[in-house]
Design a protein around this ligand. Structure first.
Ligand SMILES: *Cc1c(COP(=O)(O)O)cnc(C)c1O
Length: 374
């Protein structure tokens, strides 16, 4: 049976067409059942006792993140999402607060950076928004920021950054680099040697909402300063333990552990290849829909395709129409999603590996039909 068919069979039947894994993918039966079983166990033996019993499952989730990213399992902590991970990391940053990031940086990330007192500088990019590695390194070396924050794959545009090459170049110059892998984990190769990396459960790994992960190399963790409890309190809590401090939904973390285990079992390289194929097919099918322009190069190895209106359609209105009238789930990306790069809102599709040519043609037809269609 094909990978696509296995992925589809492992989940509840979809109502309509789900082209929205960049926002929130569909969980499998096994993931839903694991989270449910944990909630039941909490009711039977008590939430804290159940959590202790689930330690091996949570450790397996950390080990799976480590396997996908090239960190050690002991470098990985659970958070509630990518933005939470970034906030934890930046709040604990010592010394000067200047970072370099892409002009297409995710709006909510920029908010977290600003809230933590970071001044932001733009990395040089080409016309697609892809970092120009040589030029970037020259600028970084001439005027080093405290760190580089690098979003390997954006939310508003399916352009794969040359993440392995850029991380290697930054590390060779001794510039710490933090990778936002919210869209990249389970989608692109993230085993690239970053100093820190974070991601979300619910996107391409199809885990539950409300879970994220953060991995920090020991050499960087040593330099960061614990915030909670305050660093001058003489308590035996190290940095990574302090990051995991706080109330959380254990059942959701267990669901995530199962989801990432399923991803490893499916074969991350096969999933990546299939996502690239789905993206290429989507851009080919959508190239001729009138009133819309596909932003990405057709062969971009990602499953994210964005469409810019050329006839004045409003992506938010179109998204709502597609759900209400056609049962098709997409995302409308407002300019605030990448305020220094986007000039117009776009409609995004982010189909997972089970999406067929038929599905994409069905979407293209629907898009051509309305509400501004013919
Ligand atoms: C979704 C997303 C985030 C934020 O993730 P949360 O889990 O919602 O906090 C950060 N960066 C990018 C590129 C994203 O797509």
């Amino acid at each position: 049976m094909s990978l696509a068919q296995q992925w589809r069979d492992a989940r509840p039947k979809v109502a309509g067409l789900h082209l929205d894994s960049g926002a929130c993918s569909r969980q499998s039966f096994a993931v839903i059942d694991a989270a449910t079983a944990h909630a039941r166990h909490e009711a039977e033996v008590g939430g804290y006792v159940a959590l202790e019993a689930a330690a091996p499952v949570l450790d397996a989730g950390r080990a799976a993140v480590a396997a996908l990213t090239g960190f050690d399992a002991s470098d990985v902590v659970y958070t509630t999402g990518s933005n939470h991970s970034l906030g934890l990391l930046l709040a604990s940053w010592p010394g000067e607060r200047i970072l370099a990031c892409l002009p297409g940086e995710f709006g909510p990330n920029l908010a977290v950076m600003a809230a933590n007192g970071f001044e932001v500088r733009a990395l040089p990019v080409d016309g697609d928004g892809r970092v120009v590695v040589d030029e970037a390194i020259r600028e970084l070396v001439a005027n080093p920021p405290a760190l580089v924050h690098f979003t390997a794959l954006a939310s508003h545009r399916g352009v794969a950054q040359p993440v392995a090459e850029f991380v290697a170049a930054c590390r060779a110059e001794g510039i710490p680099i933090v990778v936002d892998a919210a869209q990249a984990l389970g989608h692109l190769d993230c085993n690239v040697g970053a100093d820190a990396l974070y991601s979300s459960s619910r996107k391409w790994l199809s885990g539950p909402r409300g879970v994220g992960v953060l991995a920090v190399r020991p050499q960087l963790a040593e330099r960061l300063q614990r915030q909670l409890p305050p660093v001058d309190w003489d308590v035996p809590v190290n940095l990574l333990q302090s990051f995991e401090h706080g109330e959380h939904n254990a059942a959701a973390r267990i669901g995530f552990s199962v989801a990432i285990g399923e991803h490893l079992a499916a074969g991350p390289d096969l999933v990546r290849a299939r996502l690239a194929e789905v993206g290429r097919t989507a851009r080919t099918v959508l190239a001729d829909v009138s009133g819309w322009r596909v932003i990405e190069p057709v062969d971009e190895p990602t499953a994210i395709t964005t469409l810019e209106p050329t006839d004045g359609a409003d992506p938010t209105t179109v998204r709502a129409w597609l759900i209400a009238e056609r049962g098709i789930v997409t995302t409308a990306c407002e300019v605030m999603r990448a305020p220094f790069e986007m000039t117009k809102p776009v409609l995004r599709i982010s189909p997972h590996i089970d999406t067929t040519l038929d599905d994409l043609e069905h979407f293209a037809t629907a898009l051509g039909e309305g509400p501004n269609g013919h």
